[in-house]
Design a protein around this ligand. Structure first.
Ligand code: IVH
Length: 688
């Protein structure tokens, strides 16, 4: 017997250990975020087994000792949002708020004298949720997920008492309400007291507590947690019921949806007065807010402004200043990223900043270290804002003792020993090892399966790392041969520690679900330097298929070619992005992996979102001259929202040139090439 315990003590200890293991399993298998080390986990297991050996009556089928494999990571089923759930751009100071207003004024072509009215409301720090009501009944609740697709949390949300299950008769037949689920400070405090008294880990902050409470496979757990909700925007709606953002709020409140307080502002002064007032009252609120959201009040203006990438042009978040604290830099390590970037990271004396323990901060690059004169051993001010990686703001020079050491950039990659080089004009030093650098290879794999790329459940960072080390997955194509290889393997996945038949089956299902993939996701997944989600979409829209894309980019190696011209005419693709794309497709290893992937996958042709049946979908258009009924920015945004590609230069491939007054050389070129020229009015008639 390990401990001299009576049955009662053993029971209590058994429960505590089991709870810790459940929590660790959930964090590891469902959120890919281990909360304890493997060694600690093993120690828990050993202790639990010892207790069960002494008191077999405590063994039950749900005990962590009885589980063959990991908890299923399938979790919630996925739901596609009828209207994408967006995020918000940010502004941080008065100048940026002014910039936001200026942009709107320019986009809409408003006169200086015209007032722009905004709804200013708190930015709730919780988790966003979409509620869908059909014929007045709550039929679906979903998390935001990647914005296009979220998780079905309907049953959990039904337990939140302030969310109505049905709406009055005057609500539209289809009504999607977007808002934030949060936990009040009072509820958070009570929950953490309960957690502690039950021997469970407390939550780090109310947002984590709210998210953890909603994402519970056991609805009873959600039910036992006190959650709140504020509605702030709409998704799909079957009939229009408001002309302003304020009307929306009023209606939602009438229908029983909780609404935050708000202010109408029509000048920068008003906005800043309100900002200061809310910041002052922030400590008295019973919920966490991390800024103020400004929304253009007129819905007709919102409609004209539309969206850019993943956020609306008609709204922005004015973030509160980041929370700061002072601590010491114990060391500066170098982290190697997916593209070989070597990023210096400060290892800090752990400190709590705004309720979260911080022990690392990014130092960006060696120039930044030099500019701030950061030395190892320095006391520094660190800050964190929201989910952003903590940063070092400045050194506290008065605290220097003289023993601090300067940071010296490495000349070799710390992971693979390849030469670390810094190109002219690049602030970043990079490992030149390419795919021979193990760290780059692993980081590329992590990126490949990440949420905006292949989004493969069950292939978390830790598993990717382990599979790579064991040679099971060395490059992305290996993911898709894993199941076949596993069949003949003497050491199949199900035989691994912590695995079982179910976890093996789940993993292969997750992988097989992704054998068919949208082109834009596929391009993004390749992890080409500079190619983020938005540029990947633009490339997909321009080339349509992976073969067309790779052919064109290989041809674009000749910078005199039409292919090169076409490439740099794509929005966001300048000379530097083109250089990185060309370099990627010039590397033999990349082409080998690409070809192997093509053999395993069905890469779907890119379909322009929604308005693909518009008359200008897929057409290449060029605006020139002065437009009178809309601004250039608005014209361009509208054309793009209808699926057209807007180019800055006229070529044989151009379908339409829209010529305003005073059109010059582009109009002339269009006439020479025989491209169709439309007046502004003809264009508006065409798009209806
Ligand atoms: S409006 C298109 N209003 O902030 C409308 N969002 O950083 C987009 N959020 O994903 C959202 N309070 O989860 C809006 N009053 C508020 C908000 C709010 C919190 C969250 C929301 C969104 C995130 C963007």
């Amino acid at each position: 017997m390990l401990f001299d315990m009576n049955l009662e003590d053993a029971k209590a200890r058994h429960k505590l250990l089991s709870d810790k293991m459940y929590a660790a399993d959930t964090a590891y298998y469902q959120h890919d975020k281990p909360i304890i080390s493997d060694a600690k986990y093993d120690a828990l297991r050993v202790e639990l087994e010892t207790i069960e050996a002494d008191y077999p009556e405590l063994t039950h089928e749900n005990s962590p000792t009885q589980k063959i494999g990991a908890a299923p990571s399938t979790g919630f089923s996925k739901v596609k949002h009828a209207v994408a759930m967006l995020s918000l751009s940010n502004v941080f100071d008065e100048g940026e708020v002014q910039g936001f207003l200026d942009k709107i004024r320019r986009f809409l072509g408003l006169d200086e004298s015209e007032l722009i009215e905004l709804v200013a409301e708190p930015k709730i720090d919780g988790l966003s949720c979409s509620l869908r009501y059909e014929h007045g009944k709550l039929v679906m609740a979903a998390t935001r997920g990647d914005g296009g697709q979220g998780e079905d949390i309907t049953e959990n949300v039904r337990t939140i008492s302030c969310i109505p299950q049905s709406l009055p008769n005057d609500a539209p037949d289809i009504l999607e309400i977007r808002g934030e689920i949060y936990m009040s400070h009072n509820a958070f405090k009570a929950l953490n007291e309960r957690q502690l008294s039950e021997g469970k880990e407390p939550f780090a902050n109310p947002r984590n507590a709210a998210a953890g409470s909603v994402r519970q496979l056991d609805v009873n757990v959600t039910k036992s947690r006190e959650l709140g909700f504020f509605g702030y925007a709409l998704g799909e709606v079957s009939e229009k019921f408001a002309n302003t953002q304020e009307d929306i709020r009023v209606k939602l409140a009438q229908w029983g949806i909780p609404e935050t307080p708000y202010k109408l502002c029509d000048s920068l002064d008003n906005i800043m007065i309100n900002y200061d007032a809310v910041l002052q009252s922030r400590p008295d609120l019973d919920y966490d807010i991390d800024g103020i959201v400004y929304k253009i009040n007129r819905l007709d203006w919102q409609e004209r402004l539309g969206f850019i990438a993943r956020s609306p042009r008609w709204a922005t978040a004015h973030k509160f200043p980041a929370e700061q604290a002072v601590t010491r830099i114990n060391a500066i390590d170098i982290q190697v990223g997916r593209t070989g970037a070597l990023t210096p990271v400060a290892r800090l004396e752990a400190i709590t900043v705004g309720g979260v323990v911080v022990s690392n901060a990014t130092l960006h690059n060696e120039d930044e270290i030099a500019r701030k004169d950061i030395r190892i051993g320095d006391y520094v001010v660190v800050q964190r804002a929201g989910d952003v990686i903590p940063q070092v703001v400045k050194v506290i020079e008065e605290k220097r003792t003289g023993a601090e050491q300067e940071f010296k950039p490495l000349s070799l990659c710390p992971e693979c020993g390849a030469h670390a080089e810094r190109m002219e004009g690049d602030a970043i030093r990079r490992c030149s090892g390419g795919m021979t650098c193990p760290k780059q290879a692993v980081e590329r794999l992590k990126h490949f399966v990440s949420r905006l790329a292949f989004d493969i459940d069950g292939l978390g960072d830790k598993i990717i790392q382990a599979f790579w080390e064991e040679g099971l997955i060395k490059n992305p194509a290996d993911i898709f041969t894993l199941e076949d290889r596993n069949k003949d393997s003497l050491t199949p996945l199900r035989a691994r520690a912590g695995w079982g038949d179910l976890s093996e089956k789940n993993l292969f299902k997750s992988i097989n679900d992704k054998r068919s993939i949208e082109l834009n996701r596929f391009i993004y997944a390749l992890g080409i330097r500079q190619i983020g989600e938005v540029t990947a979409k633009r490339l997909a829209a321009s080339y349509g298929t992976i073969d067309a894309l790779s052919d064109a980019i290989i041809k674009a190696q000749d910078s005199e070619s039409q292919s090169y011209e076409d490439l740099i005419a794509i929005e966001d693709v300048g000379g530097i992005v083109a250089r990185d794309l060309i370099a990627f497709f010039a590397e033999e290893h990349n082409i080998t992996v690409l070809n192997a992937l093509k053999g395993h996958l069905d890469i779907l042709h890119y379909k322009a979102p929604k308005s693909s049946n518009s008359p200008v979908s897929g057409k290449i258009v060029v605006f020139t001259g002065t437009l009178t009924q809309m601004t250039r920015a608005e014209g361009k945004a509208k054309a793009e929202s209808l699926g057209a590609k807007v180019s800055g230069s006229v070529s044989k491939k151009t379908d339409y040139v829209i010529a305003g007054t005073d059109a010059g050389s582009k109009l002339k070129k269009a006439q020479e090439l025989g491209v169709t020229v439309l007046s502004e009015q003809e264009w508006l008639d065409l798009i209806g």
